[in-house]
Design a protein around this ligand. Sequence first.
Ligand SMILES: [Zn+2]
Length: 263
Amino acid sequence: MPLNETQIERYSRQILLKELGGAGQEKLLDATVFILGAGGLGAPAALYLAAAGIGNLIIADFDRVDLSNLQRQILFATPDIGQPKGETTAKALGRLNTDCNIQVIGERVTDNLLDDVLPRCRLALDASDNFATRYMLNAACLRHKKRLITGAVLGFEGQIATFHHGVNPAAPCYHCLYPSPPQRGNATCATAGVLGGVAGVIGCLQAVEAVKELLGIGQSLAGQLLLINTLDLVFHRIRITKNPTCPTCQRDSSAPAGFSESS
Ligand SMILES: [Zn+2]
């Protein structure tokens, strides 16, 4: 749909970008993005995607706002303590931008739920906080040939990786990267701590990569893992190789060739 005058003004600073322009803005307004988790990563990602005019955001989080969340989960404020994160997220994002349709899923994510949601989305952001959920979303994105941008933080460190499910059958998946949860896999922000701004850095990067993937601009992070140590301010980018015995994507590779994105 062509942009109206209000939208041209609202998004003027990014329409000015030659890689984006009016046509790119229209694409963003037509796009649907799924975000799993409205916490430390999901909050900044959702805020920037809503502000950028992503037309439809589907956000899943079954939790309630806790006092200890407020140090990093910037969608929520002190009066929200005890409230469901889903509803509070919808209210905060709705206040930010009415161009953005927000659908909130306030229940625990399952395979069936992902099979219902993902066909409607262009791509998915993994902003969850545990390996079981990450493996589940990765497998579902493979089933539905959807791109996945996954993020994680702990302490002063963060990481982000993009997986081009549905674009390149030879591409690795999240399960190739972590065949089993790493040794620190049981550590969480609740047990090991995290600096709030580090979650902000990774969540914002997920939002930027999502816009790039939606528009097909710039260099994709697909097949690579970006590791950030903010204490030393060191960034590393490493290539992820496909695991020939990966139980998730190798099973999927028997699917017919000619992958294409369905929406
Ligand atoms: Zn794999």
